[in-house]
Design a protein around this ligand. Structure first.
Ligand code: SF4
Ligand code: SF4
Length: 108
């Protein structure tokens, strides 16, 4: 199990969650942030601080955003397990389904 970041984060990226994560497993892409499914320890600290409620426990992800589980996983296909987001900085890509989204407005 893991936590998942969903559509409300796209084009918002305020990074409040990053500061809460004890294992630094929330990685920043160009348009949203992604939780590493193997590095996440399911502590839940990130979920309540997201101002747009983009973070969900895997099993509690709303139906319309279920595909974001795969998006979070696939983001790491070519990255493996870096073992810490801070040293990576902003990663110059997004998972393809995220990259293809039209610009998201701010009032979700
Ligand atoms: S706190 Fe929410 S909106 Fe901000 S980066 Fe994290 S998931 Fe995205
Ligand atoms: S649940 Fe905990 S370990 Fe997982 S991403 Fe959120 S803060 Fe990090």
């Amino acid at each position: 199990m893991t936590y998942v970041i969903a559509q409300p984060c796209v084009d918002v990226k305020d990074r409040a969650c990053v500061d809460e994560c004890p294992v630094d497993c929330i990685y920043e892409g160009k348009r949203m942030l992604y939780i590493h499914p193997d590095e996440c320890v399911d502590c839940g600290a990130c979920e309540p601080v997201c101002p747009v409620e983009a973070i969900f426990y895997e099993d509690d992800t709303p139906e319309q955003w279920k595909s974001y589980y795969d998006a979070n996983v696939k983001f790491f296909d070519d990255l493996g397990s870096p073992g810490g987001a801070a040293k990576m900085g902003v990663i110059d890509k997004d998972e393809p389904s995220i990259a293809a989204l039209p610009p998201q407005n701010q009032d979700h």
